[in-house]
Ligand binder design. Structure first.
Ligand SMILES: *Cc1c(COP(=O)(O)O)cnc(C)c1O
Length: 379
């Protein structure tokens, strides 16, 4: 058996990426700045609306790091972070010498639970320190409970850094993810809904903040003929080559979202008649997910003992990739000593949940192989 591997999420070329790269080669803009960077930022600003300002960076992690700096996070500060996420959401807190405080999810969106969030804030204040920022994530493209979480954040006057790395093109009540908070973050890593091979962006409400982000991302050079520095800088800017890929990808972003959403519909249809398996879906019409990854939750008491690991291995035997949901940060060896607020929602989702192949480039033949595994196992 030498079947082609079906991946969870793969880069999917649009067609015009190379055109944009060739343009800059012709003009010798093979540099860390140039017309593609500006063009890509403009494309993103137009796409996101809300008069936002976008700074293109070399990763989503860099964007989170700079975002925390721009929110004034310093050593010994506390930063609240959704526990159910990729480690890149939380790592930059530690880069700064600050302390992550992890908070549970709720099961409707898989994202930060407003009740646990408020408890965490209250308790940290009671213990003598008000959290400096909140990192909330739109996991797998699903918007978090925007209204509920912002009411709490605003009540306590704590800014939200919106980790929209997985949610470019998702929206809540018609407004694009990444534009609700004081600052938002995007990723264009190879497995995201669009890619620049590696890259990210920071989204802000004012040009001043965007300019400050770009200043910090380009080594914090003061305005002088020599190299003059009064702040610590970083080498975090996106290159002009990568931005060329991004411009080509922006032309097909909405097509990719249509295809990802079709993959989600395919799973909804497939699991409709299988008891004990729920396809994770938009809670109501306020939520629009790009369905970057389709995810299911398996109640093995209702499936004759077939759990997520049995399904994962059945896929693997057919050379199909699937993956458990993100393992919560408060259960990770590197973070387990930090405070945690909430119950077992994220932990249970990790135990029972599985992400399924969701790429916009999957074919009918791929879908056939996927449904064969599922039908053979469950029916
Ligand atoms: C991918 C991702 C990041 C980090 O983005 P990179 O561009 O890979 O650095 C951050 N948060 C979440 C939730 C992600 O999925």
């Amino acid at each position: 058996m030498n079947k082609k591997r079906i991946f969870l999420s793969e880069a999917h070329k649009g067609g015009r990426e190379f055109f944009y790269i060739q343009e800059v080669f012709k003009d010798n803009w093979i540099a860390s700045e140039g017309p593609n960077v500006i063009g890509f930022e403009n494309d993103l600003q137009t796409y996101l609306g809300q008069n936002c300002f976008v700074g293109a960076l070399n990763s989503g992690t860099a964007a989170i790091h700079l975002g925390l700096i721009l929110l004034g996070v310093k050593a010994d500060d506390e930063v609240i972070c959704q526990t159910m996420t990729f480690s890149a959401s939380a790592n930059p807190i530690v880069y700064l010498g600050a302390k992550p405080i992890f908070v549970d999810s709720e099961s409707a969106t898989l994202n930060i639970c407003p009740i646990a969030l408020e408890k965490a804030i209250e308790d940290r204040i009671a213990q003598g320190k008000k959290p400096k920022a909140i990192i909330a994530v739109h996991l797998y493209g699903m918007p978090f409970k925007v209204d509920e979480n912002y009411v709490i954040a605003n009540n306590y006057d704590i800014p939200i850094l919106e980790d929209s790395a997985e949610a470019l093109g998702s929206s809540y009540k018609g407004q694009k993810c990444g534009t609700f908070g004081d600052l938002g973050v995007l990723s264009f890593n190879g497995n995201k809904i669009i890619t620049t091979s590696g890259g990210g962006a920071i989204i802000s409400k004012t040009k001043e903040i965007k300019d400050k982000a770009v200043f910090l991302a380009t080594q914090a050079r003061d305005n002088a003929p020599h190299y003059q520095h009064s702040e610590i800088g970083y080498n975090y800017r996106m290159s002009n080559i990568c931005a060329g890929i991004g411009r080509g990808q922006m032309e097909v972003l909405d097509d990719h979202i249509v295809l990802r959403r079709k993959m989600h519909d395919f799973y909804v249809e497939l699991f409709k008649s299988i008891a004990g398996v729920t396809v994770f879906a938009e809670p109501n019409e306020n939520y629009f997910s790009n369905y970057w990854l389709s995810a299911i939750v398996i109640e093995h008491e209702l499936t004759n003992g077939i759990d997520r690991e049995v399904l994962r291995l059945a896929f693997e035997a057919e050379n199909i990739e699937s993956r458990p949901l993100w393992k919560p940060m408060h259960l990770q060896p590197v973070f387990e000593s930090y405070p945690y607020y909430g119950g077992k929602v994220a932990e249970t989702l990790f135990e029972k949940g599985l992400c399924l192949p969701s790429g916009s480039n999957l074919t009918d033949e791929d879908r056939g192989r996927i449904s064969n595994v599922i039908l053979k196992l469950f029916l």
